[in-house]
Design a protein around this ligand. Structure first.
Ligand code: XMP
Length: 590
């Protein structure tokens, strides 16, 4: 059951780029149904498409084993657009030359148009594009002409107009490419001749009808999390099948935010009284985690415990006997291997692969009404269902919840004075090179400010052994009095973090700041004095998909208001502000 037109007009071939889903979303936004497939999908499976787009990717076309496409796609007689790596791959496969650039080109660039070549029709001669590459196409394949260049990139756009093959080194799908929408529209409508066949609005009756067909006379049960996807999928099933045929379980791990369980209870009580059962599991999770400091072990234990509970519910409720189906809020990016963060993938795989769930999958007893939709489309469906904005506009929240935002430490240790600031012997997770790092934090005594952001980026590169830089916002004691304190996950510390998070959320919501950021983790770190053993780190970030992120600063009055509220929370010694982008840091601290 997919809820999609029978055949996509556009297939995005995924060469491993973090923006491949963004491309498909942008195509759908134009009203054209698009799917994502692995880059090496055989050409025969793509016949009948109106156009193909080869996505960007992290590799180099000359690396052994780098992603490629079936060369026969160029014989299908359909237009092809290569983006970034896709542009280089086209050049490479069709007889051009790709070389390693002397220096990379990352960020904004000015595109100088040489020849509109249909792809760039209607655009100014010079306009801003967003680039992220090192390799460069240095010679056009036979038959291609040069469409545009930048000061660093001699062949930034190319086209073979008789066969409708186009390549662009820049990313038309990101907002920083100011005419990106127009370029994609030129490709979709003028070049591929696509029709508008995709509109997520008004689809609720059809989705409900499909649920009824798939379920037949069976009942459906769900694990709801309080997140958008499972709530929308659950609500669709409730409406399609009626409350007597739909049951939900909400596992309270004890790592939820303040008011979260009540919110979920009230939300579903209003929709269908008694349809969702709350499973109180906080003590189980806490005792499984007693004394554990290592973040990866914490994650593993939480994942395993969740699976045990799921399995117990599956067996105890006799859900495995065939009269029931398992409903899941799986959305389109979850159904494909790529997408989401590494950690997110691990956690989700855990849940999807629980033995009971696996058996249901194999028996065709899983119903996923949102499996062909993107997050923003799911929100639009949720809006049509009348679900509250508070639910629909929620920031992403990791499965293991506050447990990963509550840092632990094994031993007491002092901060180390350095010329640049203070080195806190408290490790957190980052991503440097392509690998996970687990390193210390540099604390600057100054308050957060734009010039500190630049300094922070430089310091992370210069000082070995760190992956983050934070600025001190306010505190009960000067930095030199703070020490890292031995700490594990306890009810007391979780309550402290929950309170701090609630204070920040309330202020951030009231001021509208939450709508300016993609996500705003509030982190508890075991750095403080004896009576006030913990501190809080504010981590607002801007991001597209969580894969990369920028730290976002806030106005001083707002920050002062937050700091004052946080310093009034029991046990909190100081407030810090994370200045680090991802990479080298990650969004979450852990
Ligand atoms: P990081 O910390 O790796 O996070 O920069 C990237 C994005 O993924 C979210 N995240 C998770 N989401 N289960 C999830 O569903 C998880 O275990 C998980 N861990 C991190 C994180 O909140 C951010 O949006």
């Amino acid at each position: 059951m997919t809820g999609a037109p029978d055949r996509p007009q556009i297939t995005v071939l995924d060469a491993g780029g973090q923006y491949c889903h963004l491309i498909a979303r942008k195509v759908r936004e134009a009203g054209v149904y698009a799917e994502v497939r692995p880059s090496d999908t055989p050409a025969a499976a793509l016949a009948g498409r109106r156009g193909l787009i080869i996505s960007g990717g992290p590799s180099s076309v000359y690396e052994p084993g780098s992603p490629s496409v079936d060369p026969r796609i160029f014989e299908l007689g359909i237009p092809v657009l290569g983006i970034c790596y896709g542009h280089q791959l086209m050049a490479h496969l069709l007889g051009g030359v790709v070389q390693r650039g002397d220096k990379g080109e990352y960020g904004l660039a000015i595109l100088e148009q040489k020849d509109a070549g249909r792809l760039l029709d209607g655009l100014p001669e010079r306009h801003q594009v967003w680039m992220s590459h090192r390799d460069t196409v240095t010679a056009l394949p036979p038959g291609f002409r040069l469409l545009a260049a930048t000061s660093v990139c001699p062949i930034a756009a190319m086209g073979e107009l008789s066969r409708n093959f186009f390549g662009v080194q820049f990313h038309p799908e990101v907002v920083h490419t100011v005419h990106g929408r127009q370029i994609l529209d030129n490709f979709l409508f003028a070049i591929c001749g696509c029709r508008r066949d995709w509109d997520v609005r008004g689809r609720v009756p059809e989705l409900e009808a499909r649920i009824r067909t798939t379920a037949g006379d069976r009942k459906v049960f769900f694990f709801v999390s309080g997140g958008v996807d499972s709530a929308v999928a659950f609500t669709l099933c409730l409406r399609a099948l009626g409350a007597e045929r739909v049951t939900g379980f909400y596992v309270d791990t004890g790592f939820m935010r303040e008011g979260e369980t009540e919110f979920v209870r009230e939300l579903f009580e209003r929709l269908a009284p008694g349809a969702v059962r709350i499973v109180e599991a906080a003590p189980r999770f806490l005792s499984a985690l007693a004394g554990v400091c290592d973040p990866e072990r914490k994650r593993r234990i939480i994942g395993d415990e969740f699976i045990h509970i799921q399995q117990e519910i599956l067996e105890g409720g006799r859900f495995l006997e065939g009269r029931w189906m398992l409903g899941q809020g799986t959305i389109y990016p979850d159904t494909i291997e790529s997408g989401g963060s590494g950690q997110a993938a691990v956690i989700k795989t855990h849940h999807n692969r629980a033995p009971g769930v696996q058996r249901l999958l194999e028996a065709g007893l899983v119903i996923e009404p949102l499996s062909s939709f993107y997050k923003d489309e799911v929100r639009a469906i949720g809006r049509e269902l009348g679900l509250p904005e508070e639910l629909l506009e929620r920031h992403p929240f990791p499965g293991p919840g506050l447990a990963i935002r509550c840092l632990c430490a094994e031993a007491e240790s002092a901060m180390e004075r350095r010329p640049e600031g203070w080195l806190a012997p408290l490790r957190s997770v980052g991503v440097q090179g392509d690998a996970r790092s687990y390193r210390a934090v540099l604390v600057l005594a100054e308050r957060p400010a734009p010039e500190l952001e630049t300094r922070a980026a430089d310091l992370v590169n210069r000082i070995p052994g760190i992956n983050r830089v934070v600025a001190r916002v306010a505190g009960h004691a000067p930095l030199e009095r703070l020490r890292v304190r031995p700490a594990t996950l306890t009810e007391e510390r979780l309550a402290r973090l929950r309170r701090a998070d609630a204070e920040v959320r309330a202020i951030s919501h009231r001021s509208g700041f939450d709508r300016r950021v993609w996500q705003f983790p509030v982190v508890l770190i075991p750095l403080g004095e004896r009576e006030r053993p913990d501190s809080v780190v504010l981590r607002p970030v801007d991001s597209v998909d969580g894969m990369t992120a920028r730290a976002v600063l806030m106005d001083r009055p707002l920050l002062d208001e937050m700091a004052a509220a946080l310093l009034a929370v029991e046990g909190i010694s100081a407030v810090f502000y994370d200045l680090t982008h991802k990479p080298p840091a990650t969004i979450e601290w852990e």
